[in-house]
Design a protein around this ligand. Structure first.
Ligand SMILES: C[S@@+](CC[C@H](N)C(=O)[O-])C[C@H]1O[C@@H](n2cnc3c(N)ncnc32)[C@H](O)[C@@H]1O
Length: 477
């Protein structure tokens, strides 16, 4: 069994590493700016994943597991009993399907990222026809993928209801067949690097790459190897901010924005969260921003990237409270430098200079979307926020706890009444919270949608929605 286990271990590590890597190309002899690092995402990641997939489907896993000896299929070239590559792929799916009978939940976990895909009927999905692929092939692929995504969402909504295995494997078969044709195009050189960086083409390859990573993840889950790429996959960020602005960060950029566990940067679930919030219409909900419109995040640690991004359509002031050492005098210069470098990746050169240091707070100022913005990193107790003369338009709260280094204050329930008073009359406040500590007040729950992800940094669900200050105020009174 050793050789099977070793081989699986090596491939599994490569599969995980691929999902966490950003790839670049450098042309050292070209003139600036062409000599700069150029992202080759998602193409390199896709090709690399295909090598892994290829290394998997060339073996008879049924036999390899039974005998403990890696047993390759006879290849087509070796005579009549040999198998074509697509037949080897069929056999791999038959093997996985059988294993899914024992643990059906792995099907949902492996393909869960598909449920976050949006706009699958839009213009960018139109493929450029060539000798191997017709426009109809492309249309069929995206139609099937859309059905696949719907089925996953339905299963999520019915809390773990099983996916219909027969239909799902039919969809897997058809989608995989198309992705294999794309792979042939790439491997036979029909697509140059420049062609694959055309925005729509790149977006399509992101989807092929995601599908393939989900399929390979399913194999590893079937072999009881975890975590898998589906748990760690990062979507690029494409977010419309009001009518005028947008933020676009490709997958390479997203991977650079990821933070260490519980550290500064995006959390593993953040790009999925963005996709989910887009489906819930967060881009449509921009409101009139004034110089008083404010985001508040108690016990923020150094978690400033996602709230800043999501708050841009709603807020000009961003208040992050953290009374620990990161914002304290001894560490604040380092923290500020690190925050600035990540924020620059998000809003580019619009971060104006260095932050201003005040007694127990430092502030970044920048202009975005026609508004002056300020990010306040405040080293005081969260409760101090209640004394700020501002209009609350976004309440963001996650990762907090009743003890350890958490605040033990119940912002989503006991203190909610005081927060609601900071929302101006007739105005709305966005909420994104995980409800800890203390849970979400029953008066607020009807305004929120609970969002579940199979993997999050703290294993918690999120709640997202918006409330009107007046309506919630009278409900809580
Ligand atoms: C568990 S960390 C959470 C960090 C962040 N929310 C995240 O998800 O990455 C809690 C943070 O809250 C800060 N904190 C705890 N009690 C606080 C209080 N009463 N006022 C302000 N910050 C507090 C701690 O210093 C720590 O940085």
């Amino acid at each position: 069994m050793d050789s099977v286990d070793n081989f699986l271990g090596i491939l599994h590590e490569a599969h995980r590493e691929n999902a966490r890597s950003a790839y670049f190309a450098k042309r050292p002899f070209a003139r600036p700016p062409r000599n700069q690092n150029r992202s080759t995402m998602p193409m390199t990641s896709f090709v690399y994943e295909f090598f892994i997939y290829n290394s998997i489907y060339q073996y008879d896993w049924e036999k390899s597991c039974a005998t403990g000896k890696l047993t390759p299929w006879l290849r087509e070239s070796s005579g009549e009993s040999g198998l074509r590559e697509d037949e080897q792929q069929d056999n791999l799916e038959a093997f996985i399907k059988e294993r899914c009978k024992e643990t059906p939940a792995i099907l949902l976990r492996a393909f869960e990222p598909l449920s976050e895909l949006t706009e699958l009927g839009d213009d960018w999905t139109k493929v450029v026809a060539d000798a191997r692929i017709t426009q109809q092939d492309g249309q069929d692929f995206f139609r099937r993928l859309s059905e696949f995504a719907d089925r996953i969402r339905k299963s999520q909504e019915q809390e773990g209801a099983e996916l219909a295995r027969g239909r799902i494997f039919k969809l897997i078969y058809n989608c995989r067949f198309f992705v294999y044709k794309v792979r042939n195009n790439i491997f036979h050189g029909s697509k140059s690097l420049d062609e694959t960086s055309e925005p729509n083409q790149r977006r399509r390859i992101e989807v092929y790459d995601l599908f393939l990573k989900c399929l390979v993840s399913l194999f590893f889950l079937a072999m009881k190897k975890e975590p898998v790429a589906s748990d760690e996959f990062q979507f690029p960020i494409h977010l419309r901010i009001g009518d005028q602005e947008r933020i676009d960060v490709d997958q390479g950029g997203v991977i650079e924005l990821l933070g260490p566990r519980r550290g500064l940067g995006l959390k593993p679930e953040d790009t999925r969260l963005i996709q989910r919030l887009k489906r819930l219409g967060i881009e449509e909900r921009g409101s009139e921003i004034t110089e008083r419109s404010t985001l508040f995040y108690p016990s923020a640690g150094t978690d400033v990237i996602l709230p800043t991004l999501l708050g841009l359509p709603f807020c000009s002031q961003f208040y992050f409270y953290n009374n620990g050492s990161d914002f304290g005098e001894s560490r604040r210069t380092d923290t500020a430098r690190a925050i600035r470098s990540k924020l620059k990746k998000l809003v580019g050169d619009r971060i104006i200079g260095d932050p201003t240091f005040r007694e127990d707070e430092f502030v970044f100022q920048f202009a975005f979307g026609g508004h002056d913005r300020a990010i306040h990193c405040v080293c005081r107790d969260n409760l101090d926020f209640l004394n700020q003369d501002v209009d609350l338009t976004f309440f963001f709260h996650r990762g907090d706890s009743p003890g350890e280094c958490g605040c033990g204050q119940y912002w989503d329930s006991e203190l909610l009444g005081q927060l609601v008073r900071k929302v101006p009359p007739n105005a709305e406040c966005q909420v994104l919270t995980d409800g800890e500590p203390g849970g979400v007040h029953s008066g607020l729950l009807p305004d929120l949608k609970q969002l579940h992800f199979s993997v999050t940094e703290r294993g918690r669900d999120y709640y997202y929605g918006r409330f009107s200050g007046d309506a919630l105020g009278s409900r809580l009174a």
